[in-house]
Each structure stands twice: as structure tokens, then as C-alpha cells.
Design a protein around this ligand. Sequence first.
Ligand code: SF4
Length: 305
Amino acid sequence: MGLVQKKLLMPTNQGSIRKVPFALDIRQMPNRRWGNNRGISTCLADGRIEAEIPVPANRAMRLSELAFVLLGLSTEMGAAAEKEMDRQGHKISCRKGCGACCRQFVPVSPAEAWMIAELLQSMPEPVRAKYVERFEKIEARLTEEGFIDRLIGLKSAPNPEEEMRAMARDYFALQLPCAFLEEESCSIYAARPTICREFFVISPAENCSSPHTSPIEGPMLPFHLNVALSRLCYELLGGGRYMIPLSLALWWTKRTEKQRALAFDGAFLIERLQALAQEVIDEEAGKQMGATELDAAKSAADKEF
Ligand code: SF4
């Protein structure tokens, strides 16, 4: 997997990340293929991804369920990025058995933190207990290091993004392997969160052991699903808009049980997610192009339709 919520975790010398162009078209798919946790997503030749996301037709949907059914789309986004790197002649350096980036902060949205907690709940013993013990050990260490207080304090930090970057560096310095890392491989590969699917590098693999001082090169997607999902959670439930480290998913879930249990209309969730994904894409494009240029590009696009 990897780090990279790009605004929050990009090491200072990551100047050469390449942008992968694609737009996203997400539609809900009520009552079809619900239960196998797979939607249909298609990576089109022009770089767009079309995705149909299954939502329950006769009942409301929890955000953790939404996170779960979005995993296929996230895989598709990673695959689109990989394809683009390949097209540009770059080789992916990530290899099975290299878990360097699984010692990162690994930012997940609240919905994914709940998804992970529910995944653990569904595991048979003694597998569940083994993972829970690892989560508890990491939580104890992070408490000892003052990391949890810093995370709670983020809401009122004068510069939350800067503090988040500092936290990502400090977290990596602790070299705490993800609770799901076994023999340097992911033991929940099929259920790994979105950022683990959307991140890979083309720079030398050894650089990932010192990502805050060595050049890391990889694709920059127009947005990451964890960011859009995170915005959706905070839009619906309020809160400080920060990402949660994967390793604190259980800690977070204990604090937010009431919010985890809330359910919403699935079609509404997909509609808002699509809008928020677009908001992130526009913000990123605005940063690249400058606001005036973006407005001009948008009005030119409007005229075309
Ligand atoms: S979930 Fe898997 S891929 Fe993601 S950080 Fe943990 S071990 Fe690595």
C-alpha cells in the first residue's frame, strides 16, 4: 500500500509526481449484485472511468457499506494510473514482499475506518483476536508518543495541513508496521482500503524506506477516493475533516459508534460522492492552473454542451 493523501503526506521533495488524467462517472445500481461487494467499473480509452456502484434498494446504507462497495472502483483508479505510467514508459517499482509504505500513516476516511472495524468484527477467532491485539499495541504506543492527542488537536491547529505533514513524518519515524502486514505482505489484500489501491511508485523501491528525504516518484491521480469519502462523512455528520491513520481505525470507531450506525439513502450517497469527487478534482485543477484559467476552461466546456 502506501501513503499518499497527496496534500497531507507528500514528502517535500516529491516534485516529479505525474498527474493521471481521468474523470469519473459514478452511478448507483440499486438492487443489482448487492452482497458480492462488487460494482462494475470500466476504464475507458480516453482516461475516464465509469462505475456502477451497487446500493441496497429497500433500505438505507451505512457509510461503512459505501466504503466497502467502492473498493472495486478504487482498484480501477489504481489500475488506470498504472496503465498511464506504463504508457509513458515507466516501470512500477512496487513488488510483493515490500511493505515499506505499510509503515506510513496510511490515511483513511471515517467510512473506511468503520469498514475496517466491521471487517474485524466479521473475522473468525483467533484471527480477529490476533489483529485486535496488534491494533491495541499500536494504539498504546501512539498514545504514549502523544500522537492521539495531536490527532484530536488537529481541529484547532493553526495550520492543520502542516501539522498533518509533521505527524506523517513522525509516524513513519516510529516504524510501526500496519496490523495487517504479515511477512511484508498485506494479509487483507482484497479488503485493503482505497489509498492502498491508489498508491504505487516508479522511483527506486529503496527510496520508500526514507520517503521524507529521498525522491519518491509516482502518479498523482486527480483525486483519491479517501478524500471524497472523507468529505462526504464530514458533510453528513460534521467534524474536523481530518484523515484517520488506518492503525487507529478501532480507536476511532469506539469514539464514533453512533455515527457509524447512521444510514442514508444509497442513491443520495452516490450523488453526493460524485459531486464531492468533482469538487476535489476542481480544487486540484485550480491549484495547477490558477483560478482564472480554471473558470475560463469551465465556461469553454459549458459552451460545448
Ligand atoms: S492494509 Fe495492507 S496494504 Fe494497506 S497498509 Fe495495511 S498491510 Fe499495507
